[in-house]
Design a protein around this ligand. Structure first.
Ligand SMILES: Nc1nc2c(ncn2[C@@H]2O[C@H](COP(=O)(O)OP(=O)(O)OP(=O)(O)O)[C@@H](O)[C@H]2O)c(=O)[nH]1
Ligand SMILES: [Mg+2]
Length: 488
């Protein structure tokens, strides 16, 4: 009975020298960032026995990969198999005999050859920066003797090329059905898909099953994008509609120091809640993409005190000066007031507006020291004894604010997709990079601007949501390609 391979499920054994990145390749390919499930480690000899990793869709196993211990004595093993076979090229019979008769000194070789004997295809991982020595040639020779479909993978580290890379390619080209390059630390979805498609090319016997698997992977990726777009839509709606409020008593109003303390505390709370929403959205995206070592912690300080009027800020967030001018024109050029001069539909009832304080308003906000938030005071200015009123702090008035929020998440999304699951270091998912919104086609900009406007007023236009969702899905697709968001 076969231990590793089943007749109707395509199987591939990932083989190669110890420490070549076999487990890392597999972890990236299968999106497993958990060391308990696939151990990736700088210590050679980490994988000591074969381990099956099943790719399952809808409860059905579509393909399986077998991680194996690395070759440790390939030259000696090759000689032993030749000795067992005698004259001519050794075959599977000789390899079977080797597995059954050779001693434990060949323990790694025996264990890694068992799945091949049972019919698994070969995914041979090499580091092309290493010199092409005899022991590697011996590994290739043994793999050739198995007669199994073989794909060689040059696992390039940080794009480094070694002096022997051409020799590797020539040699592998002569021994393997296909040779591909892969970077276990940086491969993205497209490269993973390309690798799966390469397996389909070499394994004639399971062509249909592999083609079906690739379709399922592509479908799943589409579903993920839709789920990500939904999270993004929810985030934008919540973030743009976010308001925090505090109840002010008579003393709070009467004393200047208390007023400004209150307002500052409220602004701080506003930004803390805003980053919390951003963190939740990032966490949802990470969950959809099975990341556990990437952390979603958002930094409230990222928004607090950012100079919303400075061109530098917009450039940092990916908005060019030209676009800034457009946004300003769209908004009537009126950015920069510290205090909302009208309720602007922000409040639910008709309240007395802080702007009514006229010249006093600036004092309330301690000049320019506060971010440019929409602030609203409800309840009238004159309080009867025992009455209280609410101070409400809402989204920055700058017309670019929604675009900043969107860019921040899109950049995170792109950075997340660029992180390979084969890595084992922890990292914070950050929003550093250049934005996407500046490159939006005019129709998408107009649609989003319209919807943003309704969200900012706290009453998102539900009728627009399907279109917005489609626009966000397209946007995520473009961000996922990794070609945008770079500085031109
Ligand atoms: N920079 C970089 N490091 C890599 C890459 N692939 C693997 N590594 C590192 O190389 C080391 C060995 O990787 P593993 O995947 O554990 O190697 P292995 O071939 O499975 O090793 P054994 O199981 O011990 O035979 C780990 O520290 C990996 O993080 C890569 O593409 N780029
Ligand atoms: Mg390993």
């Amino acid at each position: 009975m076969s231990e590793w391979v089943q007749a109707d499920v395509p199987a591939f054994a990932v083989v190669g020298r110890v420490n070549m990145g076999k487990s890392a390749v597999l972890a990236t390919l299968l999106e497993i960032d958990d060391n308990e499930l696939i151990r990736v480690s700088p210590t050679p000899g980490e994988t000591t026995r074969c381990q099956t990793h099943r790719v399952v869709f809808g409860g059905r196993e579509c393909v399986r990969f077998i991680d194996t211990p690395g070759f440790s004595q390939p030259v000696e093993a090759m000689r032993e198999i030749q000795r067992i076979h005698g004259q001519g090229m050794p075959d599977l019979v000789a390899i079977r005999k080797f597995i059954h008769t050779a001693g434990e000194t060949f323990g790694d070789e025996k264990r890694l050859l068992v799945p091949l004997l049972e019919g698994a295809g070969v995914l041979y991982v090499v580091d092309p920066a290493k010199p092409l020595r005899d022991d590697f040639l011996a590994e290739m020779e043994i793999l050739r003797w198995t007669g199994r479909p073989r794909l060689a993978l040059l696992n390039r580290r940080e794009n480094t090329t070694g002096p022997d890379e051409d020799a590797w390619k020539t040699r592998l080209g002569g021994t393997f059905n296909l040779t591909r390059t892969f970077d276990a630390h940086h491969a993205r979805y497209e490269e993973r898909l390309r690798l799966l498609k390469a397996l389909l090319e070499i394994e004639e016997h399971h062509r249909d099953a592999l083609a079906e698997t690739i379709r399922l992977v592509e479908d799943e990726w589409r579903v993920r994008r839709e789920e990500a777009a939904e999270s993004l839509l929810g985030f934008l709606e919540d973030a743009l509609g976010l308001r925090v409020s505090a109840t002010l008593g008579e003393k709070d109003l009467a004393l200047h120091s208390r007023r400004s303390r209150n307002t500052e505390a409220l602004a701080k709370r506003y930004f803390a809640e805003l980053s919390n929403l951003e963190r939740q959205c990032s966490a949802a995206l990470l969950k959809i993409h099975r990341h556990h070592l990437l952390k979603a912690d958002a930094d409230p300080a990222a928004y607090q005190g950012i100079a919303l009027e400075s061109a530098e800020t917009w450039t940092k967030w990916g908005l060019g000066r030209g676009q800034l001018a457009i946004a300003a024109t769209l908004a009537g050029g009126a950015a920069g007031l510290a205090v909302d001069a009208a309720t602007g539909g922000l409040t639910h009832g008709a309240g007395t507006v802080i702007g009514a304080l006229g010249g006093g308003a600036a004092a309330w906000f301690k000049g320019g020291s506060l971010p440019d938030l929409r602030v609203d005071l409800r309840g009238g200015l004159k309080l009867a004894a025992g009455e209280s009123k609410s101070l409400i702090v809402g989204p920055p008035r700058n017309p670019n604010f929604p675009w900043i929020l969107l860019d921040g998440i899109l950049i995170r999304y792109q950075n997340m997709l660029a992180r390979a699951h084969g890595r084992r270091d922890e990292q914070r998912l950050d929003g550093g990079g250049f934005g996407f919104t500046r490159d939006f086609p005019p129709a998408r900009r107009a649609l989003l601007a319209k919807w943003f406007g309704t969200c900012l007023k706290g009453s998102p236009n539900r009728a627009l949501e399907p279109q917005v969702l489609t626009a966000l899905i397209d946007t995520l697709e473009q961000a996922g390609r990794g070609t945008q968001g770079q500085r031109p």
